[in-house]
Structures are given as C-alpha cells and as structure tokens.
Design a protein around this ligand. Structure first.
Ligand code: KG4
Ligand code: ZN
Length: 347
C-alpha cells in the first residue's frame, strides 16, 4: 500500500489530496479544493492572478489535506504533481513546491499529465471504471476520445478541431448573459427550454459517415457556437428565447459527443465507457450517453462533480500508477503548457 500526496495547480484551482492504495484499489483519504473566485470578475482565468493565488494558498491547502487525512509528511511514499498541460506560471507553483518538499524530505516526486488525471478520476469512485474502456474527456481546454486497453496505453481516436466542449459551453453562457464558468448555468437554463424551438445541427455527424472518414471520431464546436450567436442576434425577445436556445445548443453538442463515443465503443468492442473532465458534470450528457450505451450493452461511468472538475485526487491516483511503475521525476522536472499524455498513440 502506498500513500500518495497529489498537488494540482494547472488552472484556477489550488488542490491537494491524499490517497492510499495499490493497483486499482485506491481510497481517497482527503481532498481539499480551493477555487479562485476572483476570475469571475474578468469573465475568464487571468494567468498572472492565478499564479499568485496558487502561491499564497499552496502551503495551507497541502497542510489541510495532510491533516484531514491524518497523515504526516514522513508517511508519504510519493508526491504526485501536475506538470502539464496548463498555464505555465500556475503549473510552476505546484511543480516547484512538490520538488522542494520532495528534495528536503527525501520523498520521490511523480510528474502527472493533467488529462491522465481526468482519465483516472472516475476509478476512485467506481470500481468498474478500469480498462479496457472507451474514454470521453471533456473539459474547458480539451475534448478527447480515447480507447484505453490498459492504464498507460492510450489510443487517441478523436479530438476537437477547434473549441473544447467546455469552452463552447462557457462562450454560449456569455452570449446568453450567464456567469463564468458557464457550463452549469447553461445546463440549468436548458432544463427549462423547449427542445423543439431551436434546433441546431449536430456538429460533425452525418448518416453517411464511415470509419474511413478522417472526421469519423473528430469534434468541432465553433460552427455550433456561431449558429447560437446568430440565433441570439436574430431573437426579437431574448428573455423568452434564452432557455430554448440553451436547450438547442446543449442537445446538439451532446448529440455529437454521444454519437462519436458510441462509434468508438462499438468499433473496439468496449463494454465500459468512462467520462472525465468538467463537462462530465452535465447530467443531460451522462443520461443521454447511458441511454445510447445501453443499446450496445455498455455501461457508462461518470465521476461526481467534485472529481469531474479539476482536483488533486485524480492527480494522486494517476501518480499512484506511475509511482508503482517506478517513474519518478528528477529535480530538472519542468512545467509545460502543452504536452501529449504519456503512452498516447495515434489511432
Ligand atoms: O475539467 P475542468 O474543471 O477544467 C479544465 O481542465 O478545463 O472543466 C471546466 C469546464 C468549464 O468549461 C465548465 O463550464 C465545464 O467544465 N462544466 C460544465 C458543467 N460543469 C462544468 N459544462 C457543462 N455542464 C456542466 N454541468
Ligand atoms: Zn481539467
């Protein structure tokens, strides 16, 4: 059994967590997430403010994760930290902190890719969310469809050609006068919307698509975003139309995500589908996917909102996997704005 401290500072959440486990049996001992509310004022994350906020909160956030878990520093077997992708200044706070702590206390440091963290998050809550599975990762910065035969071996089937799913939610929220980050608000508004009033085309989905098409598993949301903008501009009574537009947008976006994910599960004969990333909080997405998955005998595993959005527990969990493989980082570990997930291969 290993005790792993996870540290996550890639965007606007300062988070620390302790997990305990071995192999696929991992238990959450503590999770502290400090969200930087200040960015709401600007309608988006301001990188320099995010870095400074991480600096002031990293020490107390880690201290409270250790105390909540009733774990002392010398009990830890490894410190897992997000080193990519994300805002470099924000990542550097976590990376420098983890390296200093590891160096002074003689604890190995494990470098974790943020998206690999999202891939592992659901397994902390659902025993069945382990490979082989089809994975749909939908966050503010990424939209990825993967076939996961085993941990550490990821076949990349599709990505977005432009905006990420979460980004599309946030931009549409802005058009509809909703606060940032807008995904949750669009979902709430859509619930009250009539699905027949505004229908948008499901992006990148055609009946005639075949697996030989380069777009078969690909996503694109910028055209849908423009269609929503045109609907907003064309509305004579936006107060009445807002809910219907939100509903039409969400239905189209979900339709595309569900179709591509089903194609992937079917083609690879997977009976499990694992969701990850902030957009996985969306209940309409989870239920639409579960309904379609049932038609091919597949089960959908979705994380709870706390583990779907950015958190350090998922970093500790992916870190446990890398730690058990003896993958420890040196003091030259750096932060990177973009980097492929380790073990990622093209389809
Ligand atoms: O994974 P995450 O916390 O951060 C990144 O790594 O980007 O994802 C944040 C994204 C935001 O775009 C946010 O609007 C979206 O997840 N989101 C949602 C919902 N809750 C959060 N999108 C749709 N429906 C939701 N309920
Ligand atoms: Zn994320």
């Amino acid at each position: 059994m290993s005790l792993i401290l996870g540290v996550e500072t890639s965007c606007d959440e300062t988070s620390a967590s302790v997990i305990e486990g071995s192999g696929d049996k991992a238990v959450l001992r503590s999770l502290v997430i400090l969200s930087q509310d200040i960015h709401r004022v600007f309608g988006g994350v301001v990188p320099e403010i995010a870095s400074r906020a991480h600096l002031t909160s990293i020490v107390p956030v880690v201290a409270s994760a250790l105390s909540e878990a009733d774990v002392a520093l010398h009990d830890l077997h490894a410190i897992a930290v997000t080193s990519a992708p994300g805002l470099v200044g924000a990542l550097l706070v976590g990376v420098c902190y983890a390296k200093s702590l590891g160096f002074t206390r003689g604890i190995p440091v494990v470098s974790v890719h943020h998206m690999e963290g999202h891939l592992f998050a659901t397994s902390l809550e659902h025993e069945g969310a382990v490979p082989p599975f089809t994975a749909l990762l939908v966050s503010g910065g990424h939209t990825m469809l993967l076939d996961v035969e085993e941990w550490g071996y990821y076949r990349l089937l599709g990505v977005t050609r432009d905006d990420a799913a979460g980004e599309a939610f946030d931009k549409v929220a802005k058009m509809l006068g909703l606060p940032y980050p807008g995904g949750r608000h669009v979902e709430n508004l859509a619930r009250a919307g009539d699905p027949s009033l505004f229908r948008f085309r499901h992006p990148m989905v055609k009946r005639s698509d075949t697996a030989a098409d380069s777009d078969y598993y690909a996503f694109s949301f910028s055209g849908l975003k423009t269609a929503v903008l045109n609907a907003v501009r064309g509305s004579v009574d936006i107060e009445t139309d807002r809910a219907g537009i939100a509903r039409g947008f969400q239905d189209a976006l979900i339709g595309s995500l569900v179709e591509k994910t089903l194609r992937a599960a079917r083609a690879h004969g997977r009976e499990r589908i694992v969701l990850g990333g902030g957009v996985a909080c969306n209940k309409a997405l989870v239920s639409a996917l579960a309904e379609r998955a049932a038609t091919i005998g597949a089960t959908v595993f979705a994380p709870s909102p706390r583990l779907a959005t950015d958190n350090a527990a998922m970093i500790a969990r992916a870190g446990l996997f890398r730690h058990e493989r003896g993958e420890h980082a040196g003091l030259d570990l750096n932060a990177y704005a973009t980097q492929p997930i380790p073990g990622l291969v093209a389809a």
